[in-house]
Design a protein around this ligand. Structure first.
Ligand SMILES: Nc1ncnc2c1ncn2[C@@H]1O[C@H](COP(=O)(O)OP(=O)(O)OP(=O)(O)O)[C@@H](O)[C@H]1O
Length: 359
């Protein structure tokens, strides 16, 4: 019986219509040192009712990508490439039109609910304000009906509708934030580290809610998290980000059981060892995104690096099992890199890696 319920809330085999489509999307920040290329040519699609997990070390561009998809970027940043929401290229819209889409079409769940909830406003007032921003003529009865419905989905009793934020626990406040995002029924939502500040029990509740959200609203969700356990539990697909690029993307189970990119493999190893044999880091740190290394950005840290990796940028290719990865070594292992010369295939000597690292 449990299995049937699980199947219903996890329609992995039934992706809906495409909601969001990014093609060669770039986001950069202007700085004194030159542009920080935080998102550097990202391509992916997201469908109705699908949860895509986004993982990678700190500073790889996950939050920038999430914010870039919503158009919530600070002064001095810019976007380029193609970004379609239900077929409409958002980068071609006027700022006013983009602004109108935020909240209504494109939702965002932030990390710290307390900083987003006004302590002087009742929960009912938060809902009223949110709904009125997008529909000035909405009736009081309709506000109440829609708010109570979404509170029910979030497991918050209707008796708490007129309470103040401080009367809720941390986990409940996070659910309130999610409810305030969902009450507008956005077809696409970015959730940036929604569980970081929460304990394990609350984390389990949030995962449950993410499943319910999909089942009830068919929301397409981009879930940014450091927690690979949450990805495994809650996501259909996973995208692995390194130095502004998606280096691997595919079915979550497939990527976790048969990672194609050495970075994915090392990231998984680092996480797994936290639970078993103690700390295990990936040597080195992600590169400076003003001047990332030539060729594959990961090559200075990669245990599988070959000579080609230091000079030629790898191409995103589909591999056995359906995942897509950009890695020369994975290409070679799967018979997809027949054009590489003998020299290009030789392992990259460590001293050359060190030089590339300093460059
Ligand atoms: N406003 C900004 N101005 C200049 N550079 C920025 C700005 N915001 C972020 N960056 C840089 O962009 C790169 C990507 O940062 P981002 O926060 O998107 O990474 P992240 O993967 O989400 O990291 P974390 O997991 O720590 O949140 C980093 O090098 C960061 O220093």
């Amino acid at each position: 019986m449990t299995e049937i319920v699980e199947d219903r809330v996890t329609p992995v085999d039934a992706p809906g219509a495409t909601v969001l489509e990014a093609r060669d999307l770039r986001v950069w920040y202007a700085t004194d040192r030159g542009p920080v290329r935080a998102v550097d040519g990202v391509t992916f699609e997201l469908h109705e009712g699908e949860i895509l997990g986004l993982v990678g070390e700190s500073g790889c561009g996950k939050s920038t990508l999430g914010r870039g998809l919503i158009g919530l970027l600070p002064e001095g940043s810019a976007r380029d490439g193609e970004l379609r929401f239900r077929g409409k290229d958002m980068l071609k819209l006027k700022p006013r039109e983009q602004h109108a889409m935020r909240g209504r079409d494109l939702g965002m769940i932030f990390q710290e609910p307390l900083t987003r909830l006004n302590p002087l406003m009742r929960i009912s007032e938060h809902f009223s304000e949110t709904l009125k921003t997008h529909d000035k003529s909405i009736s009081k009865a309709e506000i109440e009906r829609r708010s109570l419905e979404v509170l029910r989905v979030m497991g918050i009793p209707p008796t708490r509708f007129h309470a103040y934020p401080h009367e809720f626990s941390g986990g409940m406040r996070q659910r309130l934030m999610i409810a305030l995002t969902l009450v507008l029924r956005p077809p696409f939502v970015v959730a940036d580290e929604p569980t970081t500040a929460l304990d394990v029990l609350v984390e389990a509740q949030i995962i449950r809610i993410l499943h319910d959200l999909r089942a009830n609203y068919r929301t397409a969700l981009l879930l940014i998290t450091h927690n690979l356990g949450i990805i495994a539990e809650a996501c259909d697909r996973v995208a692995v980000m390194y130095a502004g690029e998606i280096v691997e993307i595919g079915d979550a189970r497939e990527v976790f059981s048969r990672p194609k990119h050495p970075y994915t493999r090392e990231l998984l190893r680092a996480t797994i060892s936290l639970r078993t044999t103690g700390l295990n880091y990936i040597d080195g740190a992600p590169p400076d995104l003003v001047e990332p290394p030539p060729g594959c950005h990961f090559h200075p840290r990669c245990p599988d690096a070959m000579k080609v990796c230091a000079t030629r940028h790898p191409v995103l290719r589909q591999h056995d099992g359906g995942s897509t990865a950009q890695c020369w070594a994975a290409d070679l292992a799967d018979g997809l890199a027949d054009d590489l010369t003998e020299t290009e295939r030789t392992p990259l000597p460590r001293e050359e890696i060190a030089v590339a690292d300093e460059a």
